[in-house]
Design a binder for this molecule. Structure first.
Ligand code: NAP
Length: 252
């Protein structure tokens, strides 16, 4: 089995790479930080005896995203994990920088489409069981204040997943949407452009999910028997009831 993971250089994507490698899957790892991908590929090859290829990908750049398969040497992809994505800023829409909207929409929505289309075409042509896993978010279920555009991109990921599932349902291709709640990764550091204190504040007083928790949810969906399609999985920290309701222990 060969698994293509976008955004494999950190966080949830890296954890997915580790989880699939531990189960003997070959990997194609894609993101912009090629040095990190190469280090991870070398580590996982040595530890698990798998094949792992690192490929540069700027998912927000159409030519980079749509040529990913060619540039990776036309591997046969059994599982695509569309994980690359980001949030920028947390302000009312009227105060947002429009450049941040472009970055989120290009990476989270258009980039996912650009990567997916050639992979789906290859999966249909091959006709063997295949799986597409899209990284949505709790933010795609209900928008929260100050996050309208990020939430919109993740609502789009849900709509794309629902539409694609119908478009490929005659083929042996499963489509799974994963909707994580708060996961402690670099996500908030990226959102707040390196403001460590603000990023740490997001997780203070709560035990958030770890990247590995989401990776295990992805592996669960992919490991189900071929006739079983996990359409959606929403996973939150125990103290997170929904996007708005989080119990945080008081801290000093
Ligand atoms: P992260 O630690 O910041 O990792 C983000 C990954 O996406 C990195 O590997 C990054 O790689 C990649 N990426 C970002 N922009 C990219 C671009 N233009 N081209 C290629 N790769 C790009 O954050 P994470 O929490 O693991 O996020 C992974 C996914 O989970 C995202 O789609 C996010 O929206 C979703 N999610 C996260 C949370 C959470 O609380 N953390 C909750 C729900 C959903 P490079 O920078 O090397 O390119």
């Amino acid at each position: 089995m060969t698994v293509l993971i976008t955004g494999a250089s950190a966080g949830i994507g890296e954890a997915c790479a580790r989880a699939f490698a531990a189960r003997g899957a070959d990997l194609v790892l894609a993101a912009r930080r090629l040095d990190r991908l190469e280090g991870l590929a070398a580590e996982l090859k040595a530890a698990h005896g798998i094949r792992a290829t690192a490929v540069y990908l700027d998912v927000a750049d159409r030519s980079s995203a749509s040529t990913l398969l060619e540039r990776a040497g036309h591997p046969s992809i059994d599982v695509l994990v569309n994980n690359a994505g980001l949030a920028r800023g947390l302000e009312p829409l009227q105060d947002n920088a429009a450049d941040d909207w472009d970055e989120m929409i290009d990476a989270n929505v258009k980039g996912l489409l650009w990567v997916t289309q050639p992979v789906v075409r290859q999966m249909i042509a091959r006709g063997t069981p295949a799986h597409i896993v899209n990284m949505g978010s709790l933010a795609g279920i209900a928008a929260y204040p100050n996050g309208a555009v990020y939430c919109a991109t993740k609502a789009a990921v849900k709509a794309i997943s629902d539409g694609l599932r119908q478009d490929v349902h005659r083929h042996p291709i499963r489509v799974t949407l994963i909707q994580p709640g708060m996961v402690e990764t670099d996500f908030s550091r990226v959102r707040f452009r390196g403001d460590e204190a603000r990023a740490a504040g997001v997780y203070r007083g709560i035990e958030p999910l770890k990247a590995v928790d989401i990776a295990e949810a992805v592996v669960y969906a992919v490991s189900a028997p071929a006739h079983v399609q996990v359409t959606e999985l929403t996973v939150t920290a125990t103290h997170q009831a929904n996007a708005f309701t989080v119990y945080k222990k008081p801290t000093e």
